[in-house]
Design a protein around this ligand. Structure first.
Ligand SMILES: Nc1nc2c(ncn2[C@@H]2O[C@H](COP(=O)(O)OP(=O)(O)OP(=O)(O)O)[C@@H](O)[C@H]2O)c(=O)[nH]1
Length: 392
């Protein structure tokens, strides 16, 4: 049995969760409803008790017994109404179960007190006791033990009062006793079943909520994994610029848009000069730092709407929408110049970096591959002609 199942275990006799915390949480969750239902039940009981005062008058007239009964009824009715008010104000039954038990005991005493005052109407009172027992179990919700003790008290006290004040025979008291036992068993079983089902439903709802929470965590985790995967697929891990595949996708879209708008679109192919020598002299870690710094220079020199991708090794590609031939040349020269001015820290401070840039201008019927091939070709010419230059 899992921990969860153990916590949701319900006692077969009390109909309550075996786990105290679980039981407290359950009671807290139904506090408002129980408060409301108890108040309604008390008001109904008070009204019924008051109405029976009319039948007392019809039967007894203005006799001493009638006044005694009236006093008893007024006590019960006013106690019920006061308790209904108190429970409405502060009667969360988690801690104040006695407050909910009190009206049952007052009503029970009230019913028992009728026996010495009207011993001749015992059969009517037996019916009233059976109805009261059922009401104790079913109208006072979720307090099985409270209802049980009050009903037991009512049954025993009623039979005792009937023997003492109405003088019923032992056979008759046995019959009434059996009838009240049956009423108690039926009432207890019905409430036990209700309590059991309500708690089962509560446990299921909680389980569902827990599963939903776990699902939310799982969804968030998956979303973050998706985001990480997307970053891995779209961004170059070292420099943070677009990966080759992602650059191609974005450049394709920009090229198509420029052809549609009939605007200019340029492409730079940038390669770091003698990078192998840098790696061989300073090591790959320094080489990586240099690539990152060169990308920073690109980002500082270019506009935010220009796109930068790493094409491979020490080769970068830039797409520049809405850029004329002369502007492209100016920007490329500035970029080349900024790289030559780049000063590195520590042991590499003497290192003189440079890049060669090949520029291609998009023609109306160009495709991206043709544009890249032209830029690459110009880059190759630049390398051949001595590097650290822009070729257009
Ligand atoms: N540190 C580092 N080096 C890399 C990376 N990718 C490629 N390289 C190195 O870049 C160097 C490129 O060398 P080459 O293609 O011969 O070019 P080059 O030395 O720059 O010479 P030119 O391009 O002709 O000026 C190789 O040594 C590669 O190992 C990288 O991510 N980090």
């Amino acid at each position: 049995m899992s921990e969860q199942e153990r916590n949701n275990d319900i006692h077969w006799l009390t109909g309550q969760f075996n786990n105290t915390n679980n039981e407290t949480n359950y009671r807290n969750s139904i506090k408002k409803r129980v408060r409301f239902e108890t108040r309604v039940a008390l008001i109904v009981v008070a009204m019924l008790f008051a109405v029976f005062g009319i039948t007392d008058y019809n039967l007894l007239g203005l006799t001493r017994e009638y006044y005694l009964l009236l006093a008893m009824r007024i006590t019960v009715v006013s106690s019920c109404l006061v308790l209904a008010y108190v429970i409405g104000r502060c009667g969360g039954y988690t801690r104040k179960a006695w407050l909910h038990a009190l009206p049952l005991w007052i009503v029970a005493i009230g019913i028992v007190l009728i026996v010495p005052l009207r011993p001749e109407s015992l059969s009517t009172q037996v019916t009233a006791v059976v109805v009261a027992i059922m009401a104790f179990y079913l109208l006072i919700p979720n307090l099985l033990t409270v209802s049980f003790w009050a009903s037991l008290f009512l049954s025993v006290a009623f039979v005792s009062a009937a023997v003492v004040f109405a003088g019923i025979s032992p056979a008759m008291s046995l019959r009434i006793g059996l009838l009240l036992i049956v009423a108690n068993v039926v009432g207890y079983s019905a409430l036990l079943r209700i309590e059991f089902l309500q708690r089962k439903q509560y446990a299921l709802l909680n389980e569902e909520r827990e599963q939903n929470k776990e699902l939310q965590v799982e969804i968030a985790h998956r979303k973050s994994l998706e985001e990480q995967l997307r970053m891995v697929a779209e961004k170059d891990a070292l420099t943070g610029v677009d990966s080759r595949a992602h650059f191609m996708k974005r450049a394709e879209a920009l090229l198509r848009r420029s052809q549609f708008d009939k605007s200019d679109f340029c492409l730079f192919m940038i390669d770091v000069d003698h990078f192998k020598r840098v790696n061989d002299t300073w090591g790959h870690t320094c080489g990586d730092q240099i690539l990152t710094r060169i990308v920073e220079v690109c980002q500082q020199t270019l506009r935010p709407l220009d796109i930068i991708g790493r094409f491979g090794g020490e080769e970068f590609v830039v797409g520049l929408p809405n850029t004329s031939v002369s502007d492209a040349k100016t920007v490329a020269e500035r970029l080349r110049d900024n790289v030559t001015r780049l000063r590195l820290e520590g042991g590499m401070s003497e290192l003189q970096l440079s890049v060669t840039i090949g520029i291609a201008i998009a023609e109306p019927d160009d495709d991206l591959d043709a544009l890249i091939a032209r830029a690459d070709n110009r880059l190759y010419i630049g390398k051949r002609e001595g590097r650290n230059r822009v070729v257009i």
